[in-house]
Design a protein around this ligand. Sequence first.
Ligand code: 13P
Length: 254
Amino acid sequence: MQNPLIIANWKMKLLPSQSLDLARKLKKASSKYAGAEVVVCPSFTEIAQVGEIIKDTNIKLGAQDCFWEEQGAFTGEVSPKSLLDYGVEYILVGHSERRQNLSETGDMIHKKVRLLFTLDITPVLCIGETFEERQDGLKDVVLTRQLHNALNGLWLNKGDKLVIAYEPVWVIGSGQDVDPEEIGHTHQIINQVLYDIFENSVVKDQIKVIYGGSVDPENVGAYISKASVQGALVGTASLDATQFSAIVVQAKKS
Ligand code: 13P
């Protein structure tokens, strides 16, 4: 298998001093990350300083969101072009917490993904069903709709990369393990939809599908051992350098 992609999403959970402290600890641990692709997504307010700390390591810089225009009268928004200047290589798009709390729509998400391709930043498109949707047997329908809304009409040029992060909304922050068989199966369905949208070679060579939702050092191996799961998006367990490093090490073994 390719090197697993492990992305840390620190959300809005750390004060500046805590973010910098965590970044320094990850830098110290980073020799363990060889053989994995590791990305950290701090808050915007710490992007520059965290970027400084991890530069010259194998840890890459990500952001948790961006706006869908490069520049203009958009008070309070953050341009992906500015993020690029700070060395950001990955940006989360359409996280369920933004879809739910900020009413982010499929159209907004589509525009963000489209812009990121033009800037050579890798979008990490987050998709996932709620518990009610799952109970109603709508999981596949919801994931298919979210993928089509975000990606229809877009194309990847040579060199462009895309990451899909499947995060069941009901698992995020819950501490629950999900049957790895189910996760593997859901990832296969996601791949089927991607094959409907893009050419086969694009899906195979330029797109990764990763899993997120209460990933920890104990369960990551079981998820990543599924061929269709190419990495993890980690929230809570990414806030502790020891736990996060253990996740990376386990993922490499699987
Ligand atoms: P947890 O790992 O805390 O469940 O968060 C997952 C997540 O939302 C990452 O984007």
